[in-house]
Ligand binder design. Structure first.
Ligand SMILES: C[S@@+](CC[C@H](N)C(=O)[O-])C[C@H]1O[C@@H](n2cnc3c(N)ncnc32)[C@H](O)[C@@H]1O
Length: 207
Protein backbone atom coordinates (compact mmCIF):
# COMPACT_ATOMS: atom_id res chain seq x y z
CA UNK A 1 0.00 0.00 0.00
CA UNK A 2 1.21 3.49 -0.81
CA UNK A 3 1.75 5.70 2.28
CA UNK A 4 -0.82 8.51 2.60
CA UNK A 5 0.62 11.93 1.76
CA UNK A 6 1.11 13.94 4.95
CA UNK A 7 -1.12 17.00 5.42
CA UNK A 8 0.92 20.17 5.72
CA UNK A 9 0.54 21.84 9.13
CA UNK A 10 -1.55 25.03 8.81
CA UNK A 11 0.40 28.14 9.72
CA UNK A 12 -1.36 31.22 11.12
CA UNK A 13 -2.74 33.57 8.48
CA UNK A 14 -1.26 37.02 8.94
CA UNK A 15 -2.44 40.26 7.43
CA UNK A 16 0.86 41.08 5.82
CA UNK A 17 1.44 42.30 2.29
CA UNK A 18 1.03 38.81 0.85
CA UNK A 19 -2.57 38.69 2.06
CA UNK A 20 -3.56 41.87 0.26
CA UNK A 21 -4.27 42.17 -3.43
CA UNK A 22 -2.77 45.09 -5.34
CA UNK A 23 -5.20 47.85 -6.35
CA UNK A 24 -5.13 49.69 -9.67
CA UNK A 25 -3.24 52.97 -9.26
CA UNK A 26 -6.43 55.09 -9.67
CA UNK A 27 -7.83 53.61 -6.46
CA UNK A 28 -4.71 53.89 -4.32
CA UNK A 29 -6.60 55.72 -1.54
CA UNK A 30 -8.94 52.77 -1.06
CA UNK A 31 -8.16 50.19 1.64
CA UNK A 32 -6.26 47.13 0.39
CA UNK A 33 -8.38 44.24 -0.83
CA UNK A 34 -8.13 41.29 1.54
CA UNK A 35 -10.36 38.30 1.22
CA UNK A 36 -13.29 38.04 3.61
CA UNK A 37 -11.90 34.63 4.67
CA UNK A 38 -8.58 36.17 5.76
CA UNK A 39 -10.13 39.03 7.74
CA UNK A 40 -12.68 36.73 9.40
CA UNK A 41 -10.11 34.11 10.32
CA UNK A 42 -7.73 36.74 11.72
CA UNK A 43 -10.49 38.23 13.87
CA UNK A 44 -11.77 34.84 15.06
CA UNK A 45 -8.29 33.49 15.81
CA UNK A 46 -7.38 36.67 17.66
CA UNK A 47 -10.49 36.35 19.87
CA UNK A 48 -9.59 32.73 20.65
CA UNK A 49 -6.00 33.66 21.50
CA UNK A 50 -7.12 36.54 23.73
CA UNK A 51 -9.34 34.17 25.69
CA UNK A 52 -6.55 31.60 26.00
CA UNK A 53 -4.12 34.32 27.09
CA UNK A 54 -6.52 35.57 29.79
CA UNK A 55 -7.20 32.01 31.03
CA UNK A 56 -3.46 31.20 31.27
CA UNK A 57 -2.69 34.52 33.00
CA UNK A 58 -5.46 33.82 35.54
CA UNK A 59 -3.98 30.36 36.11
CA UNK A 60 -0.58 31.88 36.82
CA UNK A 61 -2.04 34.51 39.15
CA UNK A 62 -4.03 31.94 41.11
CA UNK A 63 -1.50 29.13 41.29
CA UNK A 64 -1.22 27.76 44.78
CA UNK A 65 1.49 25.96 46.75
CA UNK A 66 0.06 22.60 45.64
CA UNK A 67 0.88 23.37 41.99
CA UNK A 68 4.18 21.81 41.05
CA UNK A 69 6.99 23.75 39.43
CA UNK A 70 6.51 21.67 36.29
CA UNK A 71 2.85 22.65 36.00
CA UNK A 72 3.64 26.35 36.39
CA UNK A 73 6.37 25.99 33.79
CA UNK A 74 3.96 24.39 31.35
CA UNK A 75 1.44 27.25 31.80
CA UNK A 76 4.28 29.71 31.14
CA UNK A 77 5.23 27.90 27.92
CA UNK A 78 1.61 27.79 26.73
CA UNK A 79 1.30 31.52 27.42
CA UNK A 80 4.46 32.20 25.45
CA UNK A 81 3.15 30.13 22.53
CA UNK A 82 -0.16 32.03 22.54
CA UNK A 83 1.61 35.40 22.63
CA UNK A 84 3.98 34.32 19.87
CA UNK A 85 1.06 33.38 17.64
CA UNK A 86 -0.60 36.76 18.35
CA UNK A 87 2.59 38.44 17.21
CA UNK A 88 2.80 36.26 14.11
CA UNK A 89 -0.74 37.33 13.22
CA UNK A 90 0.45 40.93 13.42
CA UNK A 91 -0.75 41.78 16.95
CA UNK A 92 -3.52 44.21 17.85
CA UNK A 93 -2.69 46.32 14.81
CA UNK A 94 -3.50 43.46 12.40
CA UNK A 95 -6.69 42.70 14.34
CA UNK A 96 -7.76 46.33 13.97
CA UNK A 97 -6.83 46.34 10.29
CA UNK A 98 -8.91 43.19 9.74
CA UNK A 99 -11.83 44.80 11.61
CA UNK A 100 -11.47 47.99 9.56
CA UNK A 101 -11.54 46.03 6.32
CA UNK A 102 -14.55 44.14 7.62
CA UNK A 103 -16.44 47.42 7.96
CA UNK A 104 -15.61 48.72 4.49
CA UNK A 105 -18.50 49.97 2.39
CA UNK A 106 -18.25 46.91 0.12
CA UNK A 107 -18.91 44.70 3.16
CA UNK A 108 -21.91 46.58 4.49
CA UNK A 109 -20.20 49.45 6.32
CA UNK A 110 -19.62 50.03 10.01
CA UNK A 111 -22.16 49.56 12.79
CA UNK A 112 -22.97 53.29 13.10
CA UNK A 113 -25.55 52.70 10.34
CA UNK A 114 -27.48 50.35 12.63
CA UNK A 115 -27.26 52.58 15.69
CA UNK A 116 -28.33 55.65 13.73
CA UNK A 117 -31.27 53.67 12.33
CA UNK A 118 -32.37 52.80 15.88
CA UNK A 119 -32.01 56.41 17.06
CA UNK A 120 -34.13 57.49 14.10
CA UNK A 121 -36.82 54.84 14.81
CA UNK A 122 -36.95 55.77 18.49
CA UNK A 123 -37.45 59.43 17.60
CA UNK A 124 -34.23 60.38 19.42
CA UNK A 125 -32.85 62.21 16.42
CA UNK A 126 -35.98 64.33 15.84
CA UNK A 127 -36.22 65.19 19.55
CA UNK A 128 -32.56 66.25 19.67
CA UNK A 129 -32.66 68.27 16.46
CA UNK A 130 -36.02 69.82 17.44
CA UNK A 131 -34.52 70.98 20.75
CA UNK A 132 -31.31 72.10 19.04
CA UNK A 133 -29.46 69.88 21.50
CA UNK A 134 -26.37 67.76 20.92
CA UNK A 135 -26.34 64.28 22.40
CA UNK A 136 -23.10 63.19 24.01
CA UNK A 137 -21.86 59.84 22.74
CA UNK A 138 -19.04 57.62 23.98
CA UNK A 139 -17.87 55.32 21.20
CA UNK A 140 -15.86 52.46 22.70
CA UNK A 141 -13.57 50.60 20.30
CA UNK A 142 -13.47 53.20 17.52
CA UNK A 143 -11.39 52.36 14.48
CA UNK A 144 -11.99 55.72 12.81
CA UNK A 145 -13.13 59.07 14.25
CA UNK A 146 -15.48 59.61 11.30
CA UNK A 147 -18.28 57.12 11.97
CA UNK A 148 -20.61 59.83 13.30
CA UNK A 149 -19.12 62.82 11.47
CA UNK A 150 -22.23 63.22 9.32
CA UNK A 151 -24.34 63.68 12.49
CA UNK A 152 -22.14 66.27 14.16
CA UNK A 153 -25.12 68.69 14.28
CA UNK A 154 -26.87 66.51 16.86
CA UNK A 155 -24.24 64.03 18.13
CA UNK A 156 -21.05 65.04 19.93
CA UNK A 157 -18.99 61.89 19.67
CA UNK A 158 -16.10 60.95 21.97
CA UNK A 159 -14.29 57.99 20.39
CA UNK A 160 -11.88 55.90 22.48
CA UNK A 161 -9.81 52.78 21.77
CA UNK A 162 -7.23 50.62 23.49
CA UNK A 163 -4.92 51.25 20.56
CA UNK A 164 -5.83 54.55 18.90
CA UNK A 165 -5.44 54.64 15.12
CA UNK A 166 -6.01 58.39 14.84
CA UNK A 167 -5.15 61.53 16.87
CA UNK A 168 -8.89 62.25 17.33
CA UNK A 169 -9.43 58.87 19.01
CA UNK A 170 -8.44 58.92 22.68
CA UNK A 171 -6.22 55.97 23.54
CA UNK A 172 -7.87 54.53 26.61
CA UNK A 173 -9.04 51.29 28.17
CA UNK A 174 -12.74 51.63 28.88
CA UNK A 175 -12.27 49.74 32.15
CA UNK A 176 -9.76 52.34 33.32
CA UNK A 177 -11.92 55.28 32.33
CA UNK A 178 -12.99 57.36 35.32
CA UNK A 179 -16.74 57.84 35.83
CA UNK A 180 -18.07 61.19 34.62
CA UNK A 181 -17.75 63.65 37.52
CA UNK A 182 -21.19 65.18 36.93
CA UNK A 183 -24.30 65.06 34.76
CA UNK A 184 -22.83 67.49 32.21
CA UNK A 185 -20.01 65.05 31.46
CA UNK A 186 -22.29 61.99 31.43
CA UNK A 187 -23.19 60.36 28.09
CA UNK A 188 -26.58 60.07 26.44
CA UNK A 189 -25.46 57.28 24.10
CA UNK A 190 -22.78 54.60 24.52
CA UNK A 191 -21.70 52.64 21.46
CA UNK A 192 -19.87 49.41 22.26
CA UNK A 193 -20.06 47.51 19.00
CA UNK A 194 -18.01 44.35 18.44
CA UNK A 195 -15.90 45.09 21.51
CA UNK A 196 -17.23 42.44 23.90
CA UNK A 197 -15.68 39.60 21.88
CA UNK A 198 -12.36 41.20 22.67
CA UNK A 199 -13.00 41.28 26.41
CA UNK A 200 -11.77 38.00 27.77
CA UNK A 201 -13.57 37.44 31.07
CA UNK A 202 -17.33 36.97 31.58
CA UNK A 203 -17.19 39.39 34.55
CA UNK A 204 -15.78 42.17 32.38
CA UNK A 205 -18.29 41.34 29.64
CA UNK A 206 -21.01 41.80 32.26
CA UNK A 207 -22.46 38.32 31.68
C1 LIG B 1 -13.75 44.72 16.27
S1 LIG B 1 -13.05 46.27 16.68
C2 LIG B 1 -14.48 47.30 16.81
C3 LIG B 1 -14.98 47.89 15.60
C4 LIG B 1 -16.07 48.92 15.62
N1 LIG B 1 -16.50 49.35 16.93
C5 LIG B 1 -17.20 48.34 14.81
O1 LIG B 1 -18.32 48.27 15.30
O2 LIG B 1 -16.97 47.91 13.69
C6 LIG B 1 -12.79 46.16 18.43
C7 LIG B 1 -12.03 47.36 18.96
O3 LIG B 1 -12.28 47.43 20.34
C8 LIG B 1 -11.11 47.89 20.98
N2 LIG B 1 -11.20 47.55 22.40
C9 LIG B 1 -11.24 46.31 22.95
N3 LIG B 1 -11.33 46.37 24.29
C10 LIG B 1 -11.35 47.69 24.60
C11 LIG B 1 -11.40 48.41 25.84
N4 LIG B 1 -11.42 47.77 27.02
N5 LIG B 1 -11.38 49.77 25.82
C12 LIG B 1 -11.31 50.43 24.63
N6 LIG B 1 -11.27 49.80 23.42
C13 LIG B 1 -11.28 48.45 23.40
C14 LIG B 1 -9.99 47.16 20.23
O4 LIG B 1 -8.74 47.81 20.36
C15 LIG B 1 -10.51 47.22 18.78
O5 LIG B 1 -10.01 48.33 18.08
Amino acid sequence: MRPKPRKAKKSPISLDQSATRAQPSSSSSRPPVVSHRVTQSTIARFHTLLKQQARLKRKLECHGVHDGEREVQSVHSSLLAVEREMQQLGGLHAYQLASKLGQSRERGGDSSKILLGWLEEMGVRSTATGAGAKLRMLEIGALTPLNYASCSKWIENHPIDLNSQHPDIVQQDFFERPLPPGSTEAFDIISCSLVLNFVSTPTERGT
